[in-house]
Design a protein around this ligand. Structure first.
Ligand SMILES: Nc1nc2c(c(=O)[nH]1)N[C@H]1C(S)=C(S)[C@@H](COP(=O)(O)OP(=O)(O)OC[C@H]3O[C@@H](n4cnc5c(=O)[nH]c(N)nc54)[C@H](O)[C@@H]3O)O[C@H]1N2
Ligand SMILES: Nc1nc2c(c(=O)[nH]1)N[C@H]1C(S)=C(S)[C@@H](COP(=O)(O)OP(=O)(O)OC[C@H]3O[C@@H](n4cnc5c(=O)[nH]c(N)nc54)[C@H](O)[C@@H]3O)O[C@H]1N2
Ligand SMILES: [Mo]
Length: 712
């Protein structure tokens, strides 16, 4: 409910109060594993600073409670008025990461967006997995065809730009990654971690490759080049399942290990050895995540991840990258709802392409600030904190203050929502039933679970999806986002027929790969059976094969797409011009007791030493005259500010690391614990003017910075 790992929890509840939270030892997937974030879930629920009633900002700038009706009326009338006067695109919408944990909200997104009618929709995707999504769309013809490491059977795990021991794995739902990684080694396999920092995961690995930030695309393409040159590629697999290999093969010649050594900071013979090891392994999987997805060549690097898996014939094989067969077929929903696709329109300012309906967040402030037709004058935020999570956060905060109206659907008053005129709080996860729609679709096993609400709702409280539905209806839309279907639903209402997300998912389940298809004699799945299995249902290991996940009309993997070829040419130019620059660059970091920006108000997660500190290698510390434990000045093109330094040889020299999601000073009046440990926001230093070329992804890692001592 708060995390991709989806660990099973056991609650002890009395009089609607949660007495304890423990890991569920009988959970079919997590088997008793849980991390501190999971246990903290009850503290979030009980947090006195969490909003329970809608609030409205009064003339004095203070938030005061109002009734739900008054809140909905106010929001609907202000949004309608602004839309009538300035057009549909005058309303901007940003939805954030916790939406992924919430099946009701996920299913309402499309209908709500249709009711707003805006193309100015943004999300955390351009700070997260959009390169993964677009790579899948181009290669396999569906954004939701995502290869997942078969971590429990692989003999070789090559992990780039991810720290799953801390993050618990991302786009790879897998509780207890430490155990799973150890198991790879115990059965004689090898784990290699490619990361500018010697991370917690790197320390568990057989080998750590301290790459220069932004070097991953070059590294992976060079590995492919080595395999081409040594005749180690799986030609029968390429011939039977792909198109365009000849073109790619020709292009690989440019990426020799010697040529990419400068940009990657990895010696040519290491690159060649890694390539051959990968090809020699009985099974192998290359996996890349956030560190790669928010770099300068993010989409090409993600493409190169899959390319390595494809040319070695590992895709779809046991122990390789495989496709999950989820009980709830999310890909089908995406295709049915017309969501799947990219670059169908572009941002008004800077012309950046949409991905799955969302524009890149790097252009959000521009769209609010730049006058003209289509300028954003009102914002809706849903479960997002863009002020702390998108590039140049301080500019975003200032832009929000210029809006005519803003509404946030959120559980806290924080750095973003404090700018809103109205905040609508949901009853939150523990008072709703729960299905892991998204994360079970990218899990390392096929799993299905339904969880009941843990506590009863407070009086008048609404779930996220009910808030979205109420607004959708007031804006003239309906739950299904399709006028004729919604009319039909309206006619059925007197008969007691009502759309609910869980009811909808029951249909998806029953017609899904394991469903009973409403046949009374079938032993297939339906919601009742899921409800009867409180520890979840294990539907087995990932299934070999790729055919069911290819959606191009010729049912082949399309290795060639114009955007990837262009990006390769761009990378080649960078190889010669940007290799070997000596300046300092900033990258990000996650920590176990933190979850992006919003779990810092839980005392149990905040104890101990200060964590929002800049990791600096000892050589850099002496070079830039900064000292362990002391404040220093960090400066980028868009921001200059103080940070506390922690000197550590975990860092690659020339690279400094700061976690994101901090910077709570402005929230202190409403979040007492977080406000007491504010830290600084890494994204204040991130430049919103530069984006990754294919999809406009934010470049959060590899930000050029200067470091120096604070003036005495
Ligand atoms: N520099 C840097 N920046 C990054 C990253 C990085 O690695 N480095 N990572 C990026 C990534 S991967 C992500 S996903 C983004 C996250 O970016 P966002 O999604 O914008 O931000 P979060 O910090 O996840 O904030 C979630 C918000 O949702 C609220 N919330 C929590 N639960 C619920 C709920 O159930 N319902 C509702 N309505 N609200 C809820 C919280 O109070 C909070 O305001 O950050 C990105 N930013
Ligand atoms: N405890 C905790 N768990 C979380 C979260 C959290 O905030 N806290 N956030 C959740 C979210 S929203 C997500 S999306 C996932 C993300 O989960 P992961 O993808 O595992 O992300 P990170 O832990 O940020 O790891 C990214 C790694 O990339 C490295 N890196 C930076 N630049 C580069 C580069 O150019 N190349 C390479 N190869 N590496 C680079 C960083 O040093 C870092 O170790 O985690 C989720 N889980
Ligand atoms: Mo994320």
């Amino acid at each position: 409910m708060v995390c991709e790992a989806t660990c099973g929890l056991k609650f002890e509840v009395e009089d609607n109060q949660i007495l304890s939270v423990r890991p569920d030892d009988d959970d079919v997937f997590s088997q008793g594993y849980v991390c501190p974030k999971g246990i903290a879930i009850a503290d979030i629920h009980a947090d006195p600073d969490r909003l329970r009633r809608p609030v409205r900002r009064n003339a004095a700038g203070e938030f005061e409670e109002i009734s739900w009706d008054a809140a909905f009326d106010l929001v609907a009338s202000r949004l309608s008025e602004i839309r009538a006067r300035h057009g549909r695109d005058a309303i901007g919408f940003y939805w954030g990461n916790p939406t992924g944990n919430n099946h009701g909200a996920l299913l309402m997104l499309s209908a709500f967006t249709k009711a707003l009618g805006t193309r100015n929709r943004f999300s955390s995707g351009s700070q997260d997995a959009n390169p993964r999504i677009v790579t899948s769309y181009e290669l396999y013809g569906s954004s939701i065809s995502i290869p997942i490491p078969d971590i429990d059977r692989t003999d070789y795990f090559l992990c780039l730009g991810a720290n799953p021991i801390v993050s618990n794995g991302s786009v790879m739902t897998a509780p207890d990654m430490r155990r799973r990684l150890r198991a790879v080694r115990e059965r004689g396999g090898k784990v290699v971690v490619v990361d500018p920092r010697r991370t917690e995961t790197a320390k568990e690995a057989d080998e750590h490759v301290a790459i220069r930030p932004g070097g991953d695309a070059a590294l992976l393409l060079a590995m492919v080049q080595v395999l081409v040159e040594r005749g180690r590629i799986d030609r029968p697999f390429l011939e039977s399942t792909t198109s365009g290999w000849a073109e790619i093969e020709r292009r690989m010649a440019a990426f020799t290990p010697a040529r990419v050594a400068g940009m990657t900071g990895v010696a040519a013979d290491t690159i060649a050895r890694l390539a051959l090891e990968f090809a020699d392994a009985r099974s192998a999987v290359c996996y890349s995540r956030v560190g790669v997805c928010v770099g300068p060549h993010a989409t090409l690097a993600t493409f190169a991840t899959d390319l390595l898996n494809i040319v070695t014939g590992q895709l779809g094989r046991e122990g390789g990258p495989m496709f999950t067969t989820p009980a709830f077929d999310l890909g089908r929903v995406a295709r049915m709802s017309g969501l799947d696709g990219r670059d169908r329109w572009r941002s008004r300012v800077r012309g950046l392409p949409e991905t799955l309906g969302d524009l890149p967040s790097a252009v959000l402030a521009d769209e609010i600030e730049t006058p003209g037709d289509g300028q954003i004058r009102a914002m809706v935020t849903f479960a997002g904190n863009p002020v702390l999570s998108v590039p140049n956060g301080q500019r975003v905060a200032a832009a929000l203050d210029t809006l005519d109206f803003m509404v946030s659907i959120d559980i806290y008053i924080n750095e973003t929502t404090r700018h809103a005129d109205v905040i609508l709080p949901p009853c939150w996860n523990l008072a709703e039933d729960h299905i892991d729609l998204l994360f079970n679709a990218v899990a390392v096993r096929n799993i299905a679970r339904w969880s009941p609400p843990v506590v009863e709702r407070g009086e008048g409280e609404l779930a996220d999806w009910e808030i979205l539905l109420a607004l959708t209806e007031r804006l003239g839309g309906g739950a299904l986002g399709e006028p004729w279907l919604d009319r039909l639903l309206g006619w059925l209402r007197p008969l007691g027929v009502r759309w609910t997300p869980t009811g909808f998912l029951n249909l998806l389940l029953r017609f899904g790969p394991y469903g009973d298809r409403f046949l009374p004699w079938s032993d297939g799945l339906n919601l009742a059976k899921l409800k009867a299995a409180p520890h979840g249902i294990d539907l087995g290991a990932l299934r070999p094969g790729i055919a069911q996940r290819l959606f191009h009309s010729d049912r082949r993997i399309h290795l060639v797409s114009p955007c990837m070829l262009e990006a390769m040419a761009g990378l080649e130019r960078d190889l010669d011009t940007k290799a070997g620059t000596n300046g300092l660059v900033l990258i990000g970091r996650r920590e176990l007791r933190s979850n992006n920006s919003w779990m810092h108000n839980v005392p149990a997660l905040m104890s101990g030493r200060e964590r929002c500190v800049l990791y600096v290698h000892p050589e850099d510390a002496s070079r830039y005259q900064v000292r362990d434990g002391e404040m220093a000045i960090l400066e980028s093109r868009v921001h200059r500010g103080e940070v506390r330094v922690a000197v550590t040889d975990e860092m690659r020299p020339g690279v400094v690391s700061l976690p994101h999601g901090w910077g709570h000073a402005d929230s202190a009046p409403w979040q007492k614990v977080a406000g007491g440990h504010p830290g600084v926001s890494a994204n204040d230093w991130v430049d919103d003017a530069i984006v990754e070329p294919i999809i406009g992804q934010s470049i959060l890692n590899g930000v050029p910075v200067q470091l120096g001592p604070c003036a005495a």
